[in-house]
Design a protein around this ligand. Structure first.
Ligand code: ZN
Ligand code: ZN
Length: 68
């Protein structure tokens, strides 16, 4: 959990900033380019059903959600 809370870089490439929230687990751990290559969340291994890119929707009032 410490890694998830403190890091801002993509969990897969550790190079780009995180921009994508995965559903249904709501983990915010991937960049746009890596999110298109994964079928399950790299953090909790939940199969990905959909992805939300925050790089495009932040200006529309999108609120990040995390599982507690
Ligand atoms: Zn990445
Ligand atoms: Zn997850």
């Amino acid at each position: 959990m410490l890694y998830l809370e403190t890091a801002t870089k993509c969990m897969k490439c550790e190079e780009n900033n995180r921009t994508v929230t995965l559903a249904p687990c709501n983990h915010y751990v991937l960049c746009d380019s890596c999110a298109t290559t994964v079928r399950e969340c790299p953090y909790c291994q939940t199969p990905v059903q959909s992805q939300t890119s925050t790089s495009n929707v932040f200006c529309n009032g999108f609120v990040m959600r995390f599982n507690s």
